[in-house]
Ligand binder design. Structure first.
Ligand code: PMP
Length: 422
């Protein structure tokens, strides 16, 4: 039955499609398959499950709405559920933005929020160009694809995203980042051959799909200065980095940067589909009806989101992610030092990546990464691949990960890498 249905689904790539698991139950870090096998899920619905699967506070919030008789769907009418979500969200925003911001419910996915952000800055600035970065990922709808690295559209100007491993300038470190910022200024200020003043710059504080590259804080601050000085709105795509994932509540918090627009989805819906943009009130040029959409503001998702945001805040899960992430990074680096096929280990908070390479040439090793993923699965560990060459094993465990679970994840990964390399 399941098999036949699976065959009818499009062959388009989706996360985890190749995993031969039929999940029937899940709790916290663990997924149980129809065959009774249990897996540690370090994919977490592509980073959506900040509190893991079926966390009691999330289930309670969803049940609360269901049992209350509240409407489940009312387009974008104001409801108590929405009021609670918006209040909790604003309590957690960077204070400077929260003081004078608007929220637009988009829906229901991250890519929808990206579209809304791109549309907003075009309307607000009257300009169409967009600055984006090598390796970026913003979603799969037309505008978001344009903004993503590799889409190959001509309307965007792609700037080098700073990274140590495979730095676009071959330098890495602070110097590579400095050159990237300088190049941005050169392009913007060159009256001949530069780029026309764009509608925005869109940036991920840590590139996730691009292979887990945290932006250096100083570079992000420089990008903020460069865009502010020229009246270019800065859009932070926090779809994956938001809600404690990187070890701060928002990815931009590490650098103390306040963007003009924040794009939020994944964890803010507490495992249900929800997407919003939050932006400075001065950008709010939209007339009523300018950004419509049927499925904005799902009541269940808002309730689950409110519970998640509040739980992360009250329990200091961002700080916990920072501390545990640091320890996991150290352990992974130790593992990398023993394994010549590990080319690089990087991450921030509980957004971690291990890049597999050919030990002789240093070239990205996607087939080996794929084999590692399979070895992990055989050991009951779910991981996903990312990066330009699909050579980066990515870990996105829930922020509720315990020390014992972290050790189990690391053990299984440590066994899988040499097994795949053999
Ligand atoms: N932006 C970023 C940074 C993402 O990581 C993703 C999804 N991986 C998206 C946008 C798109 O979100 P969705 O898949 O919900 O459309």
């Amino acid at each position: 039955m399941l098999r036949r249905q699976a065959l009818r689904e499009s062959a388009a790539r989706t996360y985890a499609r190749s995993l031969p698991i039929v999940p029937v139950r899940a709790r916290g870090l663990t997924i149980e398959g129809a065959d009774g096998r249990r897996y540690l899920d370090c994919l977490s619905g592509a980073g959506t499950l900040a509190l893991g699967h079926n966390h009691p506070v999330v289930l309670e919030a969803i049940r609360g709405v269901l049992d209350s008789g509240a409407p489940l769907h009312v387009l974008d009418l104001a409801t108590p559920v929405k009021d609670a979500f918006t209040t909790e969200l604003f309590e957690n925003l960077p204070a400077e933005l929260a003081a004078d911001a608007r929220v637009q419910f988009c829906g229901p996915a991250g890519t929808d929020a990206v579209e809304a952000a791109l549309k907003l800055v075009r309307a607000a600035t009257g300009r169409t160009g967009l600055l984006t970065f090598t390796g970026a990922y913003h979603g799969m709808t037309a505008g978001a694809l344009e903004a993503s690295g590799g889409a190959g559209d001509v309307r965007v100007t792609r700037l080098p995203y700073p990274q140590d491993h495979r730095c676009p300038f071959g330098i890495g470190g602070a110097e590579g980042a400095r050159l990237g910022a300088r190049w941005t200024e050169t392009l913007l200020d060159d009256p001949k051959g530069g780029v026309p003043l764009p509608s925005a710059m869109i940036v991920e504080p840590v590139q996730g799909e691009g292979g887990v590259h945290p932006a250096p804080d100083a570079w992000l601050r420089r990008m903020r200065e460069i865009t502010a000085a020229r009246g270019i709105p800065l859009i932070a795509d926090e779809v994956q980095t938001g809600v404690g994932r990187t070890g701060a509540f928002w990815g931009v918090d590490h650098a103390g940067v306040v963007p003009d627009v924040m794009v939020l989805s994944k964890a803010i819906g507490g495992s249900l589909p929800l997407a919003v943009i939050v932006y400075r009130a001065e950008l709010d040029v939209w007339a009523p009806g300018a950004h419509a959409g049927t499925f904005r503001g799902n009541q269940l998702a808002m309730a689950a989101g409110t519970a998640t945001l509040a739980y992360v805040r009250r329990n200091g899960l961002a700080e916990r992610a920072a501390a545990l992430g640091e320890r996991m990074l150290t352990a992974l680096r130790g593992l990398g030092a023993e394994q010549p096929c590990v080319g690089d280990v990087r991450g921030r908070g509980l957004m971690l990546g291990v890049e597999l390479v050919d030990p002789d040439t240093g070239a990205a090793a996607p087939a080996l990464a794929s084999a590692v993923r399979q070895e992990c699965l055989d050991r009951g560990l779910i991981v996903e691949l990312g990066g330009r060459h699909s050579s980066v094993v990515r870990l996105l465990p829930p922020l509720t990960l315990t020390d014992e679970q972290a050790a189990a994840v690391l053990d299984r990964l440590a066994d899988s890498i040499p097994a795949a390399a053999r």
